[in-house]
Design a protein. Structure first.
Length: 249
């Protein structure tokens, strides 16, 4: 298993689902983890940043629950400052925060379209922008954006979620070139199949997923740990699928 001892990871959208699983896996690999999300208390969906941080510390890891609304630059900058103050820097970013809306374009309310762009694209931009100086100051590190296989599924039509994730992939593929000289790996990571998270249950538009198309969240966690250990001398400028990446490496 990749060792992340001495590293600091900032995981956005870490109160539940893939983000929580990834945060716990990074901590198990030795990283100190900022568990960042809006969910300070239980809401419509289960999971809080405090509960995830508590699980990490109970398992012997280091974690800091950090309130963070990725659509707010002020909130993101405050969360990053809190992380640096607590842990001394940042080496790894996992930009996982997301909202799901898979309805047809014709019946998509403007506010839903805008929310997908605000969280899934602008949110990635804001957390990435905020952490880059800190990762650079550490001599390199790894930035990971969580995307989706739906980006490639153009035969299945269009929706706000896939469009926002496709834009995030373009952002990261270009950023890999910009940051190569700073020894920072920049990659996208998506499930190979469907991870049935709480968010999927709430926003999957009633789509039924056959058992063979379901991926355990641990596959994403293992792939994220592998990418978190990269810098620009390793894997960078790629869109990775979780199960394929783990099988290769």
């Amino acid at each position: 298993m990749t060792s992340l001892a001495g590293k600091v990871a900032f995981v956005a959208g870490a109160s539940r689902g893939i983000g929580a699983t990834v945060a716990e896996a990074l901590a198990a690999a030795g990283a100190s983890v900022a568990v960042a999300a809006r969910s300070e208390t239980e809401g419509k969906l289960p999971g809080t940043i405090g509960a995830v941080a508590d699980r990490i510390t109970a398992a012997g890891g280091r974690a800091l629950p950090v309130p963070c609304d990725v659509s707010s630059e002020e909130s993101v900058n405050a969360a990053v400052r809190s992380t640096v103050d607590a842990f001394g820097g940042i080496d790894i970013l996992v930009a996982n925060a997301g909202v799901l809306w898979m309805g047809p374009i014709e019946s998509t309310p403007l506010k839903r379209w805008q929310l997908c762009l605000d969280v899934n694209l602008t949110g990635v931009f804001l957390v990435t922008k905020a952490v880059i100086p800190h990762v650079r100051a550490r001599g390199g590190g790894s930035l990971i954006a969580i995307t989706t296989t739906g980006v490639d599924m153009i035969d299945r039509g269009a929706n706000a979620y896939w469009v926002s994730k496709a834009a995030a992939e373009r952002l990261y593929l270009g950023l890999a070139s910009d940051l190569k000289g700073d020894n920072i790996a920049v990659n996208c990571l998506s499930p190979s199949r469907v991870v049935l998270t709480e968010g999927w249950a709430a926003g999957g538009n009633g789509v039924k997923i056959p058992p063979e198309a379901v991926e355990p969240p641990e596959a994403m966690a293992n792939a994220a740990v592998l990418l978190a250990g990269q810098d620009a001398t390793g894997i960078t400028g790629t869109v990775q699928r979780s199960e394929s990446l783990v099988a290769q490496g």
